[in-house]
Design a protein around this ligand. Structure first.
Ligand code: AMP
Ligand code: MG
Length: 290
């Protein structure tokens, strides 16, 4: 994602993030740093599992929730006793972080609740009037937010599926549970309705939905199927040859495109529930949730 960064120790800078995004203060921010060697700057009592995961997946789309040091502002963590941290895998982001002597609190650079930005243009479109600079690092390679992992009772738990898959994590640390939205959210950002375009999304079997409602005024977001009954300009295939990696790259830009079309709603289907498909389906369900 493109992120909106502020010095994590500067309260007025962090406040501006919440203001610009219209983000509620109960939703904590992820703190970004240039390497795992900075972990102990912000964390205490680091569980060996955290070190193992950091060694394997940083830089990369994995956020680790750890007990925090006291000097991290409450505004960053929403008053939680933990802080979420990550080392991003992008040369521009890393070179920025390496030049700073403080970590950056960065949520995605979009208005709260809306589809996340995967190009500099997406950021300019929505926040351009409110921010001073945009560093253009090209389109995002992965296209979906980080996987968030915490430790509960000594065991790793996935709070949000994302760019690192459950299978990849389990290869390193063994079985991992995922907290679903039915469980009381530990991470305030596990909000049901999120990542959503303004148009309403209906998830189901697209062919059946078209049979029931007809093809007029609808946009289609499919995994790889083309629907002849709908005009080409109103349908997007996330990956024509069925690659979950490509589907993740295209997801948010596709939702934005559909949101800009002259349609009344979007019919979408879930992708295979494995690998990156778990994170894609999580975003689709939350975008569709009312
Ligand atoms: P994003 O808006 O994609 O930058 O992700 C921020 C999300 O990270 C929040 O909405 C929370 O779900 C999660 N998060 C941040 N800090 C914590 C924390 N201390 N404990 C649990 N989850 C956190
Ligand atoms: Mg976000």
């Amino acid at each position: 994602m493109y992120g909106l960064g502020a010095n994590a120790f500067d309260l007025s800078a962090v406040s501006r993030i919440f203001e610009v995004k219209n983000r509620p203060h109960f939703d904590p921010l992820i703190v970004h740093m240039p390497s795992a060697s900075h972990l102990t700057d912000v964390a205490v009592d680091v569980n060996p599992i955290v070190n193992q995961l950091a060694d394997h997946f940083w830089p990369g789309p994995l956020t680790l929730v750890v007990p925090r040091k006291d000097h991290i502002p409450d505004l960053v963590t929403s008053g939680l006793p933990t802080v979420a941290i990550r080392v991003p895998d992008h040369s521009l982001a890393l070179s920025l972080l390496n030049r700073l002597d403080f970590p950056l609190a960065c949520p995605s650079a979009n208005p709260f609740g809306y589809v996340s930005p995967t190009t500099a243009q997406h950021v300019a479109d929505q926040l351009g009037d409110h921010i001073s600079y945009i560093l253009d690092g090209g389109p995002c390679h992965i296209g979906i937010e980080s996987t968030i992992v915490g430790i509960e009772n000594g065991y790793p738990v996935i709070y949000r599926p994302g760019g690192v898959t459950k299978e990849q994590i389990e290869d390193i640390v063994g079985p991992v549970n995922t907290l679903t939205s039915k469980v009381k959210p530990v991470a305030p950002g596990m909000l049901k309705h999120h990542y959503a375009p303004n148009k309403s999304i209906i998830i189901g079997n697209i062919a059946d939905l078209l049979d029931q409602h007809g093809p007029n005024q609808v946009g289609i977001l499919s995994y790889s199927t083309h629907f002849d009954q709908v005009s080409n300009k109103r349908q997007i295939q996330l990956s024509a040859n069925g690659s979950l990696i490509e589907a993740a790259q295209n997801l948010f830009a596709s939702l934005r495109k559909l949101d800009g079309m002259n349609i009344s709603h979007i019919f979408a289907e879930l992708v295979p529930e494995r690998g990156l498909g778990v994170a894609i389906n999580n975003r689709l369900r939350r975008a569709a949730s009312k």
